[in-house]
Write a protein that binds this ligand. Sequence first.
Ligand code: GH3
Ligand code: MG
Ligand code: MG
Ligand code: MG
Length: 315
Amino acid sequence: MPAGKYQLLVVDSSNANRTLIGECLGQLDDADVHLAADGGEAITRIASIRPDLILIDMHLRDTDGIRLVRQIRNRESLGSSDDDLTLWTPVIFLSAVMDDEMIAQGIIAGGDDFLHKPVSEVVLLAKVRAMLRIVGMQRDIHAAHRRLRQIATLDGLTCIPNRRYFDETLATEWKRCQRAGAPLSLVLIDVDFFKQFNDAYGHQAGDQCLKAIASALTESLFRVEDSVARYGGEEFAAILPGTDSRGAQAVAERMRASVRELRIPHERGIDSLASCSFGIASLRPDSERSAEQLLQAADQSLYEAKHGGRNRSEL
Ligand code: GH3
Ligand code: MG
Ligand code: MG
Ligand code: MG
């Protein structure tokens, strides 16, 4: 969500009221005002403008305010996931007649406040400002949450995704590919003779080498759904959803070449340059097998790449 102006939506079936309220809210210079004439139009506008605050007249020509707010809250809960905080959108009801029972029902259904019609401009503006104060805090919390999530899934040294991200993504992609009947490939990557690199050039140079390799591996991936993470130490792992073994071999080969193209001097390395070995595994996820088996297969391939001479990929 862009952290620009607040988006306000006024839902009222009376032209005159809609215009009146819209003009009043137009005085707020940090807000854009949108108008909807009924519940159907409101639902469409909500999807496109993602309002920060909604004002709803109780008596709409195609529905009533309580039903509409239930519909809105229902959709909000459908959009939520563990990854993302659903933004709570405050709803203020407008009504000429108002009794305790209606107020209670409106709040229980998911509304936040009531405004008596005819609407007093000062009260309307005061209530909208109060709600927007909370919306502003909500935006800050949301941004902090996203930032924390990012930190929690990034490797501190190389700034690429970390092991936590890898584990979560592998589990998610396993299920996704199983549902889609699509192949899933995994590439395990291990830096060759890295202990000797550290011994020869020092641990700090070793860190710089890992950073450069992480960038080269990342830049070798072209599809948005592909990812490479630091698996641990001098090991990396790439997840390639929807990619079969041939595709994965091509990607591994591209990654291998890109590490070599860094031309990092390594006196004990192959042709005196740093390199990596790549272990590939591919399968179509099903209920008989697990992501653990895919990892084991990739690990076995990596072992073969090491024993086959390093600076190579094996399937
Ligand atoms: P091989 O070709 O068989 O993989 O040999 P290797 O020397 O790379 O393998 P080994 O597992 O013996 O050594 C891995 C080395 O990676 C040892 C460890 O100190 C180093 N290493 C792991 N993480 C880091 C790191 O974050 N920074 C640095 N500089 N070195 C690291
Ligand atoms: Mg290793
Ligand atoms: Mg090793
Ligand atoms: Mg190694």
